[in-house]
Design a binder for this molecule. Structure first.
Ligand code: MRU
Length: 337
């Protein structure tokens, strides 16, 4: 069984820009968007046309190259613009730091700079594909024949340059001939679980059942979930994890019902400079995302709304970190630095 390719990102011919799969339109429509300006890429990241911590980093890195023909100053300004789009996923800052360092080393202007940053963006993308494969192998033993994995949000292929983080062990288990089933939390308010995780798993022929977020605790109590695997937007030095809003509740319920809760992420999601989860900046998004559902009002027009895009799960609730350097405990996370 081969794992399907989703072509979530690609270069335009002659690296004149970036072609992205517009994830806001899924599952209704599979449409690709050609991004040829920095503003367009910033908008695509801000509005979640392209999303998921590793893919945001890759998209920003590839997108930043658009500014390189205008010289180093323009390039560095473009990096600042792209970095300001979303605050929580540290992969964005990690990728742009690499891009800035490569640009400064390239020294020359124009074509030389452009070639150097395109090579770096390409390396970031290629590396992420390798990291996803390594995460899949590190977590493969967690997904035994007949396993049911509960996940939240989308930490699959659509969130990365490869086969995903949380879903990588699932894809490899299926490729190894194991029967595996996924329960996907819908992920209010933007529905990454029902729109994206269910879409890519269905494409891959992996049985998936969608639940609303409020059903996760009851489902974990039923006793048929083998483990929970989620992705991460940032892992602090002590192992606390920022991930999609709702993750913390799933972790609490998993603990209560004795279901192991794992976080899958590459080293680029580990932030050794942030000591604990409370110091991770949590993005707050527009109230309209909660007041409306599919373009229709789902609350009084002016009712106050709290809309954090992420929450923080303390390390104490996490059974292990499925990383490209193996399955680690919180104390072993220093190996990712
Ligand atoms: O707001 P999103 O859709 O970018 O949030 C995505 C998540 O929270 C993912 O779980 C996380 O980025 C890990 S993706 C491998």
């Amino acid at each position: 069984m081969t794992i399907p390719q989703f072509h979530q990102i690609a270069w335009l011919p002659d690296q004149a820009g970036v072609r992205i799969l517009d994830q806001t339109l899924l599952p209704r429509e599979e449409r690709r968007l050609d991004v040829t300006t920095i503003e367009q890429m910033a908008e695509a990241i801000r509005t979640l046309r392209v999303r998921g911590a590793p893919l945001i980093g890759i998209a920003a890195a590839m997108g930043s190259t658009i500014a390189a023909s205008n010289g180093l100053v323009s390039f560095l300004e473009a990096c600042d613009t792209l970095e300001a789009t979303r605050p929580t996923a540290v992969n964005l800052m990690w990728a742009l730091r690499r891009m800035r360092e490569r640009a400064r080393r390239a020294a020359g202007a124009g074509q030389e700079l452009r070639a150097a940053v395109i090579a770096e963006a390409d390396a970031i993308w290629t590396e992420d594909r390798t990291l996803c494969g390594a995460i899949g192998r590190a977590g493969l033993h967690l997904v035994t024949d007949g396993a049911t994995v509960l996940t939240h949000c989308n930490a699959g292929a659509l969130a990365t340059g490869g086969i995903g983080t949380a879903l990588a062990p699932v894809y490899l288990a299926q490729a190894a001939g194991r029967k595996v089933r996924v329960i996907a939390g819908e992920t209010r308010p933007l529905l990454q679980g029902s729109r994206l995780t269910a879409w890519e798993l269905t494409r891959a022929g992996i049985p998936v059942t969608v639940i609303t977020d409020s059903m996760a605790a009851s489902r974990l109590r039923q006793g048929d979930v083998s483990c929970v695997i989620v992705g991460a937007d940032r892992i602090a030095a002590n192992g606390d994890v920022a991930n999609k809003i709702g993750t913390y509740g799933v972790a609490l319920a998993a603990r209560e019902h004795g279901v192991p809760f794992y976080v899958a992420a590459p080293y680029s999601t580990f932030d050794a400079a942030t000591m604990h989860g409370a110091a991770i900046p949590i993005e707050e998004r527009a109230p309209g995302e909660v007041r409306e559902f599919h373009g229709h009002p789902s609350a009084p027009a002016d009712v106050p709304v709290w809309n954090p895009a992420f929450d923080m799960t303390p390390a104490a609730l996490i059974a292990g970190y499925v990383t490209d350097r193996g399955l680690l405990t919180a104390k072993e996370l220093g190996r990712l630095g």
